[in-house]
Design a protein around this ligand. Structure first.
Ligand SMILES: [Zn+2]
Length: 41
């Protein structure tokens, strides 16, 4: 069962910043589509 969960997340496309393409951590989801650095600009 655990392997199925790992496979599920592995198939998910990584969230990327719309500006610089940096991978966005899930906990930053509230920031929208930009990473923490670009969001401060
Ligand atoms: Zn960025």
């Amino acid at each position: 069962m655990i392997e199925n969960v790992v496979e599920y997340f592995r198939n998910l496309p990584p969230k990327q910043c719309a500006t610089c393409g940096e991978k966005i951590e899930e906990q930053h989801e509230c920031y929208g589509r930009q990473c923490e650095s670009c969001d401060e600009l």
